[in-house]
Write a protein that binds this ligand. Structure first.
Ligand code: FUB
Length: 329
């Protein structure tokens, strides 16, 4: 009897060893049981909520993205998956494509801004806003219509320039939406967070491609974005610019990261958590089963971020250790 029990225990231990992720919790990529992209971290008290896209492309498909996910962590090493928070088609006016998104908190509510493909009434990409009482959702469309659609940016060179929203509330309470592909657009939001409060204008940022992410540190505003110097870069890199105010003028500060491994796209997300700075991005280095990393199968990662005394950011090295590596500060 004792022998049988021991054998069963040994078998169970072997099974556990075979399926467990042997890497230190928090190593890159952060999630290995699904493909994730376009990380958008949000700090709420002692917790970080990480919103991601969910890549489901098979074979050589480009993007198949149906829903958005959220994960939470109190130490940036162990993460809890909360499942899907919304589908693209939960915006009833949207046809598909749960592309990049960002959530922000205001007055105890969570506003989720997301890029989707509009239905045929406004062909092209569009930005919706959904709201929830909880950072883990459920999120529901706050307007019933797109906040931004293709006809609102006629200066755009193509129908997918209205993507990748980043949202920011300044110290004076004013809220701003910044977004774009090829062109970087910005507009003020009304205090209700679901309507524009003024015209759509544009920033001129060298090599801007997409994925803007706005932050402020003291008196310096940072606009970090996916960039591509088309004369030399095959894949996107990440660059940033700084300004003395949210509306600029922006000074280009150079390249922050190289391209993500195996990935045409790369997408920044930056937070300060418990006094330290962190940088999130994606590459396409993860393989799950018979699906190797590809443009439509990406994996979210994180690194420590450091600033120089003059406020510039130190270049970010893409590592396997990620946030398991000890900090330098
Ligand atoms: O994930 C779909 C698109 O790819 C995003 O909107 C872009 O930022 C790029 O990552």
């Amino acid at each position: 009897m004792l022998k049988t029990t021991s054998l069963i225990m040994a078998g169970l231990m072997l099974a556990t060893t075979a399926t467990a992720d042997p890497r230190a919790p928090g190593s890159n990529p952060l999630f290995t049981d699904m493909f994730t992209a376009d990380p958008a971290p949000l700090v709420v008290g002692d917790t970080v909520y990480l919103y991601t896209g969910h890549d489901e492309a098979r074979g050589t498909e480009m993007f198949t993205m149906k829903d958005w996910r959220v994960f939470s962590s109190k130490d940036l090493l162990t993460w809890t998956a909360h499942g899907p928070i919304m589908k693209a088609t939960d915006f009833k006016w949207a046809a598909k494509d749960a592309w990049a998104a960002q959530t922000i908190e205001k007055d105890g509510k969570f506003y989720f801004y997301a890029a989707v493909e509009h239905d045929k009434t406004q062909p092209g990409k569009a930005i919706g806003v959904a709201v929830s009482d909880s950072p883990t959702g459920p999120f529901v469309d706050a307007r019933g219509t797109a906040l931004i659609h293709n006809q609102m940016t006629p200066q755009g060179p193509h129908t997918w320039d209205d993507i990748d929203p980043t949202v920011f509330i300044d110290d004076d309470g004013s809220a701003w939406l910044i977004w774009g592909n090829f062109n970087c657009y910005y507009a003020k939001l009304k205090p209700n967070m679901i309507e524009l409060d003024g015209p759509i204008k544009q920033f001129d940022l060298p090599h801007f491609e997409e994925g803007p992410w706005i932050t402020r540190r003291g008196d310096i505003y940072y606009l970090t974005y996916a960039s591509r110097d088309k004369s030399k870069d095959k894949d996107e890199t990440i660059s940033y610019a700084t300004a003395p105010s949210i509306t600029g003028p922006w000074t280009f500060r150079g390249v922050l990261t190289g391209s993500g491994k195996n990935s045409f796209t790369i997408h920044p997300g930056i937070i300060t958590f418990k006094g330290k700075d962190y940088f999130f991005y994606h590459d396409a280095s993860l393989t799950i089963g018979d699906q190797t990393g590809a443009i439509g199968r990406r994996a979210v990662r994180a690194e420590h971020l450091y600033y120089n005394p003059d406020g510039t950011m130190q270049p970010v090295e893409q590592t396997e250790a990620g946030l398991t590596a000890p900090r330098k500060d």
